[in-house]
Design a protein around this ligand. Sequence first.
Ligand SMILES: Cc1cc2nc3c(=O)[nH]c(=O)nc-3n(C[C@H](O)[C@H](O)[C@H](O)COP(=O)(O)OP(=O)(O)OC[C@H]3O[C@@H](n4cnc5c(N)ncnc54)[C@H](O)[C@@H]3O)c2cc1C
Length: 311
Amino acid sequence: MALLDRAIVRLLPAVPRPVVQKLSERYIAGASCDDAMRVVRELNAHGKTATIDVLGEEITNAEEARAIADSYTDVLRQIARAQLDATVSVKLTGLGLKLSYDLCRGLVEELVGHAAARGNFVTIDMEDSSTTDDTLRLYRELRTAGRDNVGIVLQASLRRTVADIEAVADLRPNVRLCKGIYLEPDPIAFQDFQAVRGNFVRALGALLDAGCYVGVATHDEWLVDEARRLVSQRGLAPTAYEFQMLLGVRPELGDALVREGHRLRIYVPFGRHWYAYSLRRLQENPKIAGYVAADTLGRLMPGRGDHKLSA
Ligand SMILES: Cc1cc2nc3c(=O)[nH]c(=O)nc-3n(C[C@H](O)[C@H](O)[C@H](O)COP(=O)(O)OP(=O)(O)OC[C@H]3O[C@@H](n4cnc5c(N)ncnc54)[C@H](O)[C@@H]3O)c2cc1C
């Protein structure tokens, strides 16, 4: 990343909220569940499925965790009512993991039960490495209790991931494989870009060989090519895996995958707490310097800031 880009990324938290909001519009469906339904309907019309994420702030008590669980139950209800092709993705810390494992487990069990009653599916997002053990433990407990409509996420940046795949393979899990967004120290995570890519390919091969349904979650064209190669080497039908991308990121790459006949699921976040998610997405975007500069210019010189954001 160029020096200027890096400087702007560091300064992003100081960028006025309205500018961040405008820049992040393409990453977030909107503030309400209706916004999410509208975006998913549009995606479905273009041959894409979705997984919906309710954006929440850090919770501090059981009532807040319960409120997030209730929002998800409402999302599941709305998906069923609108007959949309979409699942949900949850974060265990939002459902109380750091308050009490048992509280979190209870809320997830309930939610997975609601999803099952509507023929739907819950993916448990993976958060920072302090949550990995508990997340995998909770997943195993759910599956052992007969809950099959639940999936997990594994992060290629973590050194432990291939071992985790071996440990969980007996469950033939539904796994979203991604690079991992959290900054982790060297003993825990690969720091080198190519090493993360290499581990992604190793993990994907191991998951496919274990007969898992994998959501290949990346916008990295090199990895998308590797995934194409691995599934075609194994002669897998397009129903045996899927690609996954974030709303608003590299849509042209997603369109190409759909045209080729691959399944594509789009991660659709919505909610009032859009700010932290927006900063994360913008900090990942190598073109952000240009956007911020153009936006600032547009504000200073009305009529010049009407640029379209393209991934
Ligand atoms: C569906 C989905 C679910 C995810 N769930 C999790 C999770 O549960 N836990 C977790 O830790 N991480 C999750 N992630 C995030 C993931 O770990 C990565 O941080 C993120 O996807 C960027 O990695 P990449 O593989 O796209 O490669 P990168 O090398 O980061 O990106 C490849 C290219 O994609 C484009 N790009 C990437 N990000 C942006 C952006 N914000 N705006 C515009 N262009 C961009 C750029 O052109 C970039 O060069 C998820 C990602 C996806 C797609």
